[in-house]
Write a protein that binds this ligand. Structure first.
Ligand SMILES: O=C(O)C(=O)C[C@]1(C(=O)O)C=C[C@@H](O)C=C1
Length: 434
């Protein structure tokens, strides 16, 4: 499958029907009520979806839309006649039900679904496993992100995207159902860009996976290490193998590319006999390269943590360990951090991650419940992951307190923890069922 690019997403819009963006049904869902929603003042908030796609997927829903202007425009195609705007609420007309064709099981089945009233089961979150789930990831086949998609959603359809931002947009535009996003590695640390993207988009974290990352040095068949003048990979791949490359005597140029498997593909496509790639054994298989060295990560227990993103949050539970991710800021500076940490310490809630991202010169537009927006300047945005479910009173109380200390607080998601024990990584070629 060809990787999605931002221009291919743009080209897809007219094909899907209307190219008018509209907010998804839960775009305004707030887990901590009366909390301001964040937008970038420069209008870069791209939490949009395709109107006709959205309408055809949910025939009997109403949704708050981005603006009255958008809600008033009529839509053609997608099986919905038109949408009326009224105080920012779009009413979706019901799809007319055609005469039933009892000889055609598909037609009669779809009518059955249209006529059947919604039940509690219909409203429960989509199953974690399902062969129909389309999962967007950054990279090309053979990338670790593809393996993470397969670990999170066995038998899913993995959708390659050329950039992380495109993976977010693929979900927002209903081209994919989930996106999988690397956020931190045990050797290379945080993948900062993805924290910024989590803030700028309105997707929800619905799960996490820890993927052991087992790197190989790949080259064209017949190439020996002595021929190499260059090693290419994703910056994280290069960082995770830095010392081993030096130990192997490979003091050659190191160049960063978009993803590890893309590096392998680049060597194969351009028949580069002086270049090696750091990538997975599966990438070697796909692009016809040989493995010069196996397991070249600097630490055997090299693990990358990925989060899964969806348009809707999942309902937090207490029957298994959950983690919750939040982002917060205060316009009066960073002294708030100590108070926030104490809200968790006081309730014995363990933190598994703290990240701060500078936010200078990026005013943000916060929207309150009355839809009134104000521009705020935050010097830093703080991200925290803590080990508790939003369904637990202690987590709810901690967040109420955090909300008192902060000018901006958003729950990015409350989701089941990946409890897989961290063990030395083995080859990832067998971990991906894709
Ligand atoms: O390039 C890939 O294969 C990816 O999936 C990206 C990525 C990352 O961004 O950290 C994922 C896992 C590894 O840590 C190396 C690279």
């Amino acid at each position: 499958m060809k990787a999605l690019t931002s221009s291919s997403l743009y080209n897809l819009k007219p094909m899907l029907g209307s190219n008018q963006p509209v907010a998804p049904a839960t775009a305004t869902a707030r887990m901590v009520r009366s909390n301001p929603l964040v937008h970038y003042a420069n209008g870069s908030d791209s939490s949009v979806t395709n109107r006709s796609q959205w309408q055809s997927s949910c025939a009997i829903l109403t949704s708050k839309v981005v603006s009255q202007e958008q809600s008033k425009s009529s839509v053609s195609g997608g099986g919905i006649d038109h949408v009326n705007g009224d105080n920012g609420v779009a009413r979706v007309n019901l799809v007319p039900i055609e005469k039933s064709d009892n000889n055609n099981p598909l037609v009669s089945q779809s009518h059955y679904h249209l006529q059947k009233p919604l039940t509690v089961t219909d409203l429960s979150p989509a199953p974690m496993h399902g062969s129909n789930l389309r999962v967007a990831y950054q990279g090309v086949p053979g990338a670790y992100s593809e393996a993470a998609a397969g670990k999170a959603y066995p038998n899913c359809q993995a959708v390659p995207c050329d950039q992380f931002e495109v993976a977010f947009q693929a979900v927002e535009l209903w081209i994919a159902d989930r996106a999988v996003l690397p956020v931190e590695n045990s050797l290379g640390g945080s993948i900062h860009r993805n924290y910024d993207l989590l803030l700028r988009h309105r997707l929800h974290i619905v799960g996490e996976v820890q993927l052991p990352v087992h790197h190989c040095l790949l080259a064209l068949p017949g190439v020996r290490k002595e021929f190499l003048t260059r090693v290419i990979s994703h910056p994280q791949g290069l960082a995770q193998c830095e010392h081993t490359l030096t130990k192997l005597g490979l003091n050659v140029a190191r160049e960063a590319v978009d993803d590890t498997a893309g590096a392998a593909e680049f060597i194969a496509t351009n028949n580069l006999r002086d270049t090696a790639a750091i990538a997975s054994a599966r990438a070697a298989e796909i692009y016809g390269l040989t493995i010069l060295e196996d397991g070249i990560q600097d630490d055997a227990s090299n693990v990358t943590r990925f989060v899964m993103l969806a348009r809707e949050p999942i309902i937090p539970r207490t029957d298994r360990p959950f983690k919750t991710s939040i982002v917060f800021a205060h316009e009066k500076g960073t002294s708030v951090l100590f108070k926030v940490l104490s809200a968790f310490a006081f309730r014995d809630i363990s933190l598994t991650k703290i990240e701060s991202r500078p936010n200078h010169n990026r005013p943000m537009r916060l929207v309150d419940d009355a839809n009134v927006g104000t521009a705020k300047h935050f010097e830093y945005m703080f991200y925290i992951d803590f080990e508790a479910s939003m369904a637990e009173p202690r987590a709810q109380n901690a967040l109420s307190e955090v909300q008192e200390f902060t000018s901006f607080l958003r729950v990015l998601g409350s989701y089941p923890m990946d409890m897989t024990p961290w063990s030395p990584s083995t080859s990832t070629s067998h971990t991906s069922p894709l």
